[in-house]
Design a protein around this ligand. Structure first.
Ligand SMILES: [Zn+2]
Length: 391
């Protein structure tokens, strides 16, 4: 957090020394002289998989009512290359959330204003997105330091993921930018680093996906330069169903890292489980599995590259198969059905027992009987994400 604040201060200085130059994006603008609002990008949906959504650009509207005035926001979160925000119209209650809005002279900047639309005056373009199709909007910012092959592959991976594991936009979670760059060049913004779903700032934070791709991974043809994409994508999916469960480490990271390995097995025939996750597996994972519920308690050498978190996930799949589930059914329960119960950091043990029909204590007891190895736990090469996530 401390680093973030320092980064913010240095960024603020940078913006003040380069007036206007950073503002190449287009966000929502309120023009007091005509009393109109121009939204650069708008998504309209109801958060369900039953109704089509609409995506439109350059929409001019009037407001009939301001439901929430939002927050005023210092002008430092939106420097170039931060991409234009998307606004969300909730078709259920007919409310428009404007992510970020300015006046033409930028004397006012606010975020998360909620209004009722008076009338729609005009728009440039619109498309409908069929019911059930992924409508969560990712805004790519792919730095030129990345080879064109990587950028093309990234877009293909995102297409595959959005097809196989759709994310349905909802008023609280409908869009994030993705910043990707090669580690030997400067980060696109000073406060963005590493590979994560990150956020920060005072007065309510913005959220983004950061993909800092190590230069070493290009030199060594390491599959992680691609596998990090499904890993972080799955965190976005998890957050759309159970944002709070991200705090339970082995459930959150074990699932994301397992999905990452299933993805590269399916698409590159590469065994990332054995080559990158299993090494460094610690004995602690069978001695005290509950340590892996916490980032702090399973830090250091205990969970390098989530080796232990993935182990617990694979053991859970094995236990479910022992009860008669097919492999696809077992992984569907772990990677999908559990989240649909909306577990949170307080009720997750009850939800765990409800979906897996075993208490966490009994599961940890079962874990203690396993060898510290992935050997008999690896998913078969037939396992497909599209089948795990099918309805
Ligand atoms: Zn993760």
């Amino acid at each position: 957090m401390k680093n973030f604040q320092i980064a913010m201060i240095s960024l603020l200085c940078l913006i003040y020394s380069l007036p206007q130059m950073g503002r190449v994006f287009a966000d929502a603008v309120y023009d007091p002289s005509t009393n109109t609002i121009t939204l650069s990008h708008l998504l309209a949906g109801d958060g369900s998989n039953q109704t089509e959504s609409i995506y439109a650009t350059n929409i001019k509207i009037t407001a009939s009512e301001v439901r929430s005035e939002g927050l005023s926001w210092p002008p430092f979160i939106h420097p170039s290359p931060w991409p234009a925000e998307i606004d969300y119209f909730d078709m259920k209650n007919q409310e428009l959330t404007i992510s970020y809005i300015t006046t033409p002279d930028q004397s006012i900047e606010r975020r998360n204003i909620v209004i009722k639309i008076g009338s729609v005056l005009s728009f440039d373009y619109s498309e409908s997105i069929a019911a059930g199709v992924s409508d969560f909007r990712f805004r790519y910012v792919l730095d030129e330091s990345l080879p064109i092959e990587w950028r093309n592959e990234f877009e293909q991976i995102m297409t595959n993921l959005q097809r196989d594991i759709p994310i349905l936009a909802k008023p609280s979670w409908y869009s994030i930018p993705i910043f990707a760059w090669k580690s030997d060049t400067e980060a696109p913004l000073p406060f963005i680093r590493g590979a994560c779903i990150c956020g920060g700032g005072e007065g309510g934070s913005f959220t983004w996906m950061s993909l800092e791709i190590s230069a070493w991974e290009f030199e060594n043809d390491a599959i992680h330069r691609y596998s990090v994409v499904p890993h972080e994508y799955f965190h976005v999916w998890q957050k759309s169903h159970a944002p709070d469960v991200m705090e339970i480490k082995w459930l959150s990271e074990g699932a994301a890292a397992t999905l990452e390995s299933i993805y590269v097995q399916e698409h590159y025939s590469y065994d990332y489980f054995s080559s990158a996750q299993e090494p460094n597996l610690s004995n602690q994972v069978i001695q005290t599995p509950s340590l892996y519920e916490s980032y702090d308690a399973s830090g250091g050498d205990l969970d390098v590259n989530y080796s232990g978190s993935v182990f617990l996930t694979l053991v859970l799949a094995k236990e479910l198969k022992n009860k008669g589930l097919t492999e696809t059914q077992a992984f569907r329960k772990i990677l999908k059905d559990f989240y649909l119960l909306k577990p949170d950091s307080k009720n997750w043990k009850n939800k765990f027992e409800e979906i897996f029909l075993i208490s966490t204590d009994s599961f940890y007891e079962a874990v203690r009987q396993y060898e510290v190895s992935y050997k008999d736990l690896l998913p078969s090469s037939k396992l497909k994400l599209s089948e795990i996530f099918s309805n």
